[in-house]
Design a protein around this ligand. Structure first.
Ligand SMILES: O=C(O)c1ccccc1NCC(=O)[C@H](O)[C@H](O)COP(=O)(O)O
Length: 262
């Protein structure tokens, strides 16, 4: 089921990709792959971390508008690593989030952490782009795909040695699980209404497969909530706005980790 904003974003995404493909063909991207650099495992990094925060670089969003429109990822991302992030997420969507694949490319050599390409992935073309830009993980959003598309994209991501974070919002979307999923993300944000409720993670936790690593996504700002989510079994926490809206995302993350005593 697609919701309105998601529908709009995905429709625009298809146009964006078609234009990019006109300029640079998929065959050309494949030729450029050569011998790719080995990937870093987000799953292992989160499982080994006492905190598990995937700190996100996000300039703006459909729900909040401008958050940090002038932010520079080459400043923010090394700061996140110094502060103790376990992984990095870079929003690469230009129109709705003010991001760019170049942001991901720019931070790749500046961090040892696994990097997630956070975008609305609907085409193999975007997976080749992600690999070339240096992503270790890609997001597949159940609500933006059919089950077959999700499986085919997951399979290709694995062939390209990238991990797959499958994002769900409802129990029904557990039908999207397949053998090429490494991490399961529960989005606390309803993409139709933008209403954000971390209860969604607690509700769905009872249904999530034990063999996958669980990530709670969106709207996490309170140390108490974070601690309760860890107690419920989540080992990854995708957090953007809480840090990006402050003058120093590095300090905000460092303070947050101190508040949860990690
Ligand atoms: O953030 C939005 O408004 C949004 C709207 C529509 C689709 C996706 C959206 N966000 C993408 C994300 O996944 C979040 O940036 C990520 O989960 C972090 O959320 P937050 O900590 O609330 O910034």
């Amino acid at each position: 089921m697609t919701t309105d904003i998601l529908h709009t974003i995905v429709a625009h995404k298809r146009t964006e990709i078609a234009l990019q493909e006109e300029a640079v063909s998929q065959d050309f991207l494949i030729q450029q792959l050569g011998t790719p650099r080995p990937s870093k495992s987000m799953k292992q990094a989160l499982a080994a971390s006492p905190s598990g925060i995937i700190a996100e670089f996000k300039r703006r969003s459909p729900s909040k508008g401008d958050i940090a429109p002038q932010a520079d990822p080459t400043v923010i991302v090394p700061g996140y690593e110094r502060a103790g992030a376990s992984g990095i997420s870079v929003l690469t969507d230009p129109k709705f989030f003010g991001g760019n694949l170049k942001d991901l490319q720019a931070v790749r050599p500046l961090t040892h952490l696994p990097v997630l390409r956070k975008d609305f992935i609907v085409s193999p073309y975007q997976l080749y782009q992600a690999k070339l830009a240096g992503a270790d993980v890609v997001l597949l959003i159940a609500a933006a795909l059919t089950v077959d598309e999700c499986k085919a994209l997951g399979k290709l991501a694995h062939q390209l040695e990238m991990e797959v974070l499958l994002e769900i919002h409802t129990e029904k979307e557990l039908d999207y699980l397949h053998e090429h999923v490494d991490l399961i993300g529960v989005n606390n944000r309803n993409l139709g209404t933008f209403h954000t409720d971390v209860e969604n993670s607690f509700r769905l936790a009872r249904k999530l497969p034990k063999e996958l690593l669980w990530v709670s996504e969106s709207g996490i700002s309170q140390p108490d909530t974070f601690i309760q989510l860890r107690e419920a079994g989540f080992r990854g926490f995708l957090m953007g706005e809480t840090f990006m809206k402050t003058p120093s995302p590095e300090k905000a993350l460092s303070d947050f980790l101190q508040a949860v005593a990690l």
